[in-house]
Design a protein. Structure first.
Length: 268
């Protein structure tokens, strides 16, 4: 059974121990000879929202992509260390990257729906994993769109092109597409940075709802967003995880002066 982790809150109270969903041990990533992530060790509790903050180019997105082996699609990338998902190293022998990416889904910065219908976008993953039954596909599409808070808006036009949706709807469609293969973890790389404030609010509300069933790790440059949506926060700088802990503590009493300088806008 995977281990548990105890998080101590900002007021000194201790939450109920949570099961560790992802344990990172000595993770390093290089682009050629250039180090992008440097010996990071950290745990992520199950059904928890964690925000990763830090200036541009500090390694946040590279770290996020290392959690489902997405960096492997880039030439010249080398990874060392261990990423344990429920106790199993996703970089271990015999681990299938396709299966890993089904369990650890990813939502990107800009909405990227396929040039298909709304239905076919959500059904794409299940079809690739062998689902052929029309009724089963419809049930998956409906469930996923409900989870992404989009069903009521598109139920009567599932055959319409996904590219006709608004930007905020497209991003929620991409979330539904990720949910359709029943992941256990959702990685979100600045999922609201290209959206207007109303659409951003809907995505943030959705993150809170999804955390009931999924472990969520989100990269964001928006300090207010990190404070609103996350329970824990990690601060990256120059490829290193400088500080990690409860979000309220991070934003009110950071332990490292570099964290305080970034949060207060003195650099970054």
């Amino acid at each position: 059974m995977p281990p548990t982790v105890t998080i101590r809150g900002a007021r000194g109270d201790t939450e109920t121990a949570r099961r560790i969903k992802i344990r990172i041990e000595g993770l390093s990533v290089w682009y050629g000879s250039l180090p992008a992530i440097k010996d990071v060790t950290v745990d992520f509790g199950a059904n928890r929202v964690t925000a990763l903050i830090g200036p541009s180019g500090c390694g946040k997105s590279t770290f996020l992509r290392a959690l489902n082996r997405m960096n492997e699609v880039l030439p010249g990338v080398r990874t060392a260390g261990r990423v344990l998902l429920d106790g199993r190293d996703i970089y271990g022998p015999g681990m299938d990257p396709v299966e890993i990416r089904a369990k650890v889904g990813m939502v990107f910065q800009r909405p990227n729906p396929f040039p298909f219908s709304i239905f076919d976008n959500v059904a794409y993953g299940p079809r690739r994993h062998g689902v052929t039954s029309r009724s089963e596909l419809y049930a998956i599409v409906e469930r996923s769109l409900h989870e992404a808070a989009l069903w009521e808006e598109v139920a009567d036009r599932l055959r319409s092109p996904a590219l006709n949706l608004s930007g905020g709807q497209q991003q929620r469609l991409c979330i539904a597409r990720a949910l359709a293969v029943e992941p256990e973890v959702l990685l979100m790389d600045e999922p609201a940075s290209a959206l207007d404030p109303v659409a951003t609010g809907r995505v943030e509300d959705l993150i809170a709802e999804l955390a009931r069933n999924y472990t969520i790790i989100i990269v964001t440059h928006n300090m207010q967003q990190a404070a609103r949506v996350s329970e824990t926060t990690g601060f990256f700088l120059h490829g290193e995880l400088i500080e990690y802990g409860p979000t309220d503590q991070m934003f009110t009493r950071p332990k490292d002066p570099r964290t305080e300088a970034y949060i207060t806008g003195r650099f970054g």
